[in-house]
Design a binder for this molecule. Structure first.
Ligand SMILES: C[S@@+](CC[C@H](N)C(=O)[O-])C[C@H]1O[C@@H](n2cnc3c(N)ncnc32)[C@H](O)[C@@H]1O
Length: 257
């Protein structure tokens, strides 16, 4: 679903970074820490960790070899050590990191509780465990207009993620159930802007759940959806398309025995 790093950047990576900046400010982790970016994808959020948090070391892990290859090519992410792997079985020793994060990943992991337990395991006592996920249940994802348009036209739309896990209270409960301390949560809201309707459409038709759903449509159905959205998405005076997107974020500390 997330194999093309460049298509991911056009669709979601750039918005992930905008949310990630606010998220990292909220995490307020001091410099010089060892970070783990779980589900790092094409390295968009990893770059933000490096730029904003002055880590002493960063590891990025993702199941997609193509995304890892893309992340390795990013100049700003060069200090990170990237590897393939699964959030539910992290290939690291207990307490190997000071901080572990999952940016826009938890709804795609079959066993979210297992993944949170794994992050808590590989972070040392007193370290930080955090995550954020688009609020899928309330329309927070930057590709939301696509599924709205499909619904309005009665087009069958595949949902290939666990929407419920993205709820603020569900995230908080997962953190508490993992035994994390000082658990807190918040909503992070951003403004998504595309310079034109075509820019919006072209950015979102290839990667991720919505991209795959668009790609799976018959050509005439896809064209019908595109023209419906063109007619119903309000453009500004300069032809730009703007709307809100938001993610739910959660953080906690590994309990000190
Ligand atoms: C929406 S992308 C987020 C990428 C990146 N963290 C960001 O913020 O831009 C979701 C990522 O989760 C990864 N993913 C899916 N299942 C996973 C799993 N079981 N363990 C780790 N990562 C997973 C995907 O390969 C994909 O790169």
């Amino acid at each position: 679903m997330f194999s093309d790093g460049e298509a991911y950047e056009r669709s979601i990576g750039r918005w992930s970074r905008v949310v990630g900046q606010q998220f990292l400010d909220w995490m307020a982790i001091p410099p010089g820490q060892r970070w783990l970016d779980v589900g790092c994808g094409n390295g968009a959020f990893t770059e933000e960790i490096i730029a904003r948090c002055a880590p002493c070391a960063v590891s990025g892990l993702d199941p997609s070899q193509e995304q890892i290859d893309h992340a390795r090519r990013r100049e700003a992410g060069k200090m990170a050590d990237y590897l393939t792997g699964d959030a539910q079985a992290l290939p690291f020793a207990d307490g190997a990191f000071d901080a572990a994060m999952m940016a826009l990943v938890i709804s795609f992991v079959p066993d979210p509780a297992g993944a949170v337990a794994e992050m808590a395991r590989v972070v040392r006592p007193g370290g930080w465990v955090g995550a954020y996920m688009w609020d899928f249940t309330a329309g927070g994802v930057p590709t939301h207009p696509l599924s709205v348009g499909a619904k309005e036209l009665g087009i069958q739309w595949a949902q290939s993620y666990a929407a419920d896990v993205s709820r603020l209270n569900v995230l908080k409960d997962l953190w508490l159930a993992a035994g994390l301390a000082a658990v807190d949560s918040r909503v992070i809201r951003i403004r998504v802007r595309h310079e034109s309707f075509d820019a919006f459409w072209n950015a979102n038709g290839q990667v991720g759940p919505s991209g795959k759903a668009v790609a799976a449509l018959q050509p005439e159905t896809r064209a019908r959806l595109r023209e419906h959205l063109r007619a119903t998405m309000p453009a500004g005076p300069d032809g730009g398309i703007e709307f809100d997107a938001w993610a739910n974020a959660v953080k906690g500390r590994v309990a000190v025995p």
